[in-house]
Design a protein around this ligand. Sequence first.
Ligand code: NAP
Length: 210
Amino acid sequence: MKIAVLGTGRVGGILGGRWAKAGHAVTFGSRDPACPKVRDWLAKLETPLPVTSHVEAARGADVVLLAVPWQCVQEVLAELDDLTGQTIIDCINPLTADFRGLDVGHSTSAAEQIAEWVPGANVVKAFNSVSAATMANPLYGEQQATLFYCGDSPDAKSQVRQLVTELDFEPVDAGPLRIARYIEPLAMLYIHLAVFERWGGNCAFKIVKR
Ligand SMILES: NC(=O)c1ccc[n+]([C@@H]2O[C@H](COP(=O)([O-])OP(=O)(O)OC[C@H]3O[C@@H](n4cnc5c(N)ncnc54)[C@H](OP(=O)(O)O)[C@@H]3O)[C@@H](O)[C@H]2O)c1
């Protein structure tokens, strides 16, 4: 797949790097592709990958990963060409500035808000309930970390399921996009445990069944 990763931070680097290793054509989008901070960041990736503007990266991509902070998502989306028919992976947690709560939630979600900002695109919520450390390696002994995802387009969800599976997660289709209003608070529980209860990022949710 042709994948645009918008944001050259921790999440973008890990997921973009791993998808490139799995054989996908990954391009990063940055606010300032030529700046020394981004060049140094690129040099640390295992495989050299292209970086360009947000608009260039997203143009013609099958899948666009939004790996930027919640506070700037609307602005980043407003820069892009029409995304009709493209799949957007929303891994964003709409955190308040102190990381202790959610800016939106319960009766809506960041994912539903993003879908309103890009009508025509197929938004899939995924990767928000796992840490960057788990994105780098989802295997806990014999067990795979569970990755909940949701969305309204079956085709977009099947693309995302493939991308999740290729990275060694256990994918769980949680249903339509409105279920993001429950996956986002689940991630808040994770952040509370990892940060404020000091568990750290090397833990993950696992669903068990019988
Ligand atoms: N870190 C985690 O463990 C984790 C886990 C699950 C979900 N998430 C979600 O993933 C997203 C990215 O997290 P991260 O940890 O990778 O964040 P990060 O390391 O802070 O990086 C985000 C990147 O977004 C871009 N950015 C920053 N401010 C911006 C602005 N005002 N306008 C446009 N772009 C801006 C920057 O890239 P450029 O300088 O190249 O533009 C930056 O490197 C967040 O929404 C977060 O909630 C994170």
